[in-house]
Design a protein around this ligand. Structure first.
Ligand SMILES: CC(C)(COP(=O)(O)OP(=O)(O)OC[C@H]1O[C@@H](n2cnc3c(N)ncnc32)[C@H](O)[C@@H]1OP(=O)(O)O)[C@@H](O)C(=O)NCCC(=O)NCCS
Length: 169
């Protein structure tokens, strides 16, 4: 399979925060942001693999900034690394200042998707070639995150999490 770049899967979804999507103090409800991220990430994983994809794991989400009612929110998703059938998708969430239009980073998240056939069985995906310094940094760290996710899911043993162990040596 021919390798692809992270930018080939780039998916950008921009939408408003409406009253029904807020928490009691008038900011975007966390679960709503998770759903928006899941949609953007699944499209990115589909663009990379050109297969059916399912969310296997939410590896990391940081809710760093509150996102007020009426905000314009942009989720940008890129496949940061492809393994055999799984893909890590990295998302950056931006909000836009109403007057200046300047975007600032609000949150980020990292999900894992698996490409499957019509029966739901995992199928191989193309490899990925990172280009920019940021893409390379995310690519390099993705194996550690995969091992951590598999360890927490009890799908590998601690002694097999070699990349993680190397962090503490
Ligand atoms: C995701 C799913 C296809 C994995 O099936 P499985 O039987 O564990 O398959 P495998 O063990 O062959 O794993 C397939 C890949 O998923 C990866 N994977 C499985 N669980 C993972 C986890 N918790 N974190 C990270 N990666 C995971 C494996 O490492 C493997 O990656 P690789 O092929 O790139 O090395 C299966 O668990 C599933 O269908 N889950 C439900 C998905 C779903 O419905 N999502 C929506 C939630 S509402």
């Amino acid at each position: 399979m021919e390798a692809k770049t992270p930018s080939a899967s780039c998916t950008v979804i921009t939408d408003l925060v409406l009253p029904s999507e807020t928490n009691p103090i008038g900011n975007l409800f966390g679960g709503e942001l998770l759903a928006r991220m899941d949609r953007a990430a699944s499209i990115a994983a589909r663009r990379h693999s050109r297969r059916i994809v399912v969310t296997a794991s939410v590896n990391h989400v940081a809710f760093n900034k509150m996102i007020p009612l009426g905000s314009v929110v942009t989720v940008e998703a890129n496949v940061s690394r492809a393994f055999t059938s799984s893909m890590e998708v990295y998302m950056d969430v931006w909000i836009e200042d109403r007057e200046s239009g300047v975007k600032s980073k609000a949150n980020e998240g990292i999900y894992t998707f698996v490409a499957v056939d019509e029966m739901g069985s995992p199928v191989p995906v193309p490899p990925i070639i990172p280009e920019s310094a940021l893409e390379k940094e995310r690519f390099d760290a993705a194996l550690r995150r995969k091992q951590l996710s598999l360890l927490l899911a009890k799908k590998i043993k601690p002694e097999d999490a070699t990349e993680l162990k190397a962090l503490f040596e």
